[in-house]
Design a protein around this ligand. Structure first.
Ligand code: PEP
Ligand code: MN
Length: 355
């Protein structure tokens, strides 16, 4: 595959992160312009706004459509910002190209569909515009790479990817758990491909935006795409994850950008592996407690005592042996198993504060 070219904009500093900021959706001309003016006053130079919104269910706000192109043109004229929007069909691409949009991105639901990606790729053929490709909703690296290849085969050279997290059936702190190892593997497979973090869609909560942005920077991402709204609580889509332009400025000023050498990059990668493992551990522990509660209910219904010592002895012996095989300190294994067992019993007793 031919090499990717960097995504740069004249007049926008070359230091990372390149930040794309703006509302999830353009809602009204006034909201779009007011958000853009405030972002511009805070020093942001690239404006995002979704015009065509892929919503899970019909009847939700599905975007203002093509009329928003004129609003983005006004943003450009009045603030000098570059403007970006999401495209999912050939009609969207045609409207974006005709309307002077400076960058387009492809949404997670579109990346998941090779027919849709091919349609967008065909419509982009012969045009020179930067294209960012979000990860597909499912944790499928090959599907993501396939989408990059389709856009690349259409002759687009300024390509980047956006890591926006993955749908999960497990309860999680995040709206879309990051599963950092997937974008890290993508980076290994496609070196030189710029990566943008999307803390808004990963976290789904505004209080997670700063930490997720920092993690993205620690790993070495090139940019961030962050949702910002003039009045987040009144946003028509994704209101819980949007921040005001001024809050976003604070978050960005607080980012520590460590210029990576091999050593720090390796360390950051290992730390994100640890974070991911801890996420899984926490989710597993919570699932285990949920099963304990069900066992407690069962025992109650069948008049069984909660403490079944034989079962616990047998379980402990088996896990201690497994711990030894895995090379873990027996004292540590015993402490962990005892703590888990103690809490499981408490859950089965349905003590106040358990649920
Ligand atoms: C968006 O950026 O507003 C959006 C719809 O994102 P995603 O495709 O990541 O869900
Ligand atoms: Mn959104």
């Amino acid at each position: 595959m031919k090499k990717f070219e960097p995504i740069r904009f004249e007049g926008v500093g070359g230091r990372r992160p390149l930040i794309i900021a703006g509302p999830c959706s353009a809602e009204t001309e006034e909201q779009t312009l007011s958000t853009a003016h405030r972002l511009s006053a805070c020093g942001f130079r690239i404006f995002r706004a979704g015009l065509w919104k892929p919503r899970t269910k019909p009847g939700c706000f599905e975007g203002v459509g093509e009329q928003g192109i004129g609003w983005l043109a006004r943003v450009k004229r009045e603030t000098g910002m570059y403007v970006a929007t999401e495209v999912a069909t050939r009609e969207h691409v045609a409207a974006a190209l005709a309307g002077g949009i400076d960058l387009v991105w492809i949404g997670a639901r579109t990346t998941a569909n090779p027919f849709a990606i091919q349609e967008v790729a065909d419509a982009l053929e012969g045009h020179d515009i930067p294209v960012l490709i979000k990860n597909p909703v499912s944790p499928d690296l090959e599907l993501w790479i396939g989408a990059v290849e389709r856009i690349c085969n259409a002759g687009i050279r300024r390509i980047g990817v956006i890591h926006r997290g993955f749908t999960s059936v497990d309860k999680s702190l995040y709206r879309n758990p990051p599963m950092w190892s997937i974008p890290i593997e993508l980076h290994r497979r496609m070196p030189g491909l710029p990566i943008f973090g999307d803390p808004s869609h990963i976290g789904g909560r505004r209080d997670l935006v700063a930490a997720l942005s920092q993690e993205a920077m620690d790993i070495g991402y090139d940019g961030l795409i962050i949702e910002s709204h003039c009045s987040p609580d009144e946003a028509w889509s994704d209101k819980d994850q949007q921040v005001t332009p001024e809050v976003l400025r604070g978050i960005c000023e607080g980012l520590q950008i460590r210029e990576s050498n091999d050593l720090t990059e390796d360390l950051s990668r290992m730390r994100s592996e640890i974070d991911e493992l801890d996420d899984r551990l926490m989710e597993l522990l919570s699932q285990r407690m949920e099963v304990s509660r069900r066992i407690g209910d069962y025992k109650k219904r069948h008049d069984m005592a909660i403490l079944q010592s034989d079962r616990y002895r047998e379980l402990l012996a088996r896990r201690m042996a497994q711990g030894e095989t895995l090379g873990m300190d027996p004292k540590f294994v015993l402490a962990v198993l005892s703590a888990i067992h103690e809490e499981s019993v408490r859950q089965q007793m349905d003590e106040p504060g358990c649920r």
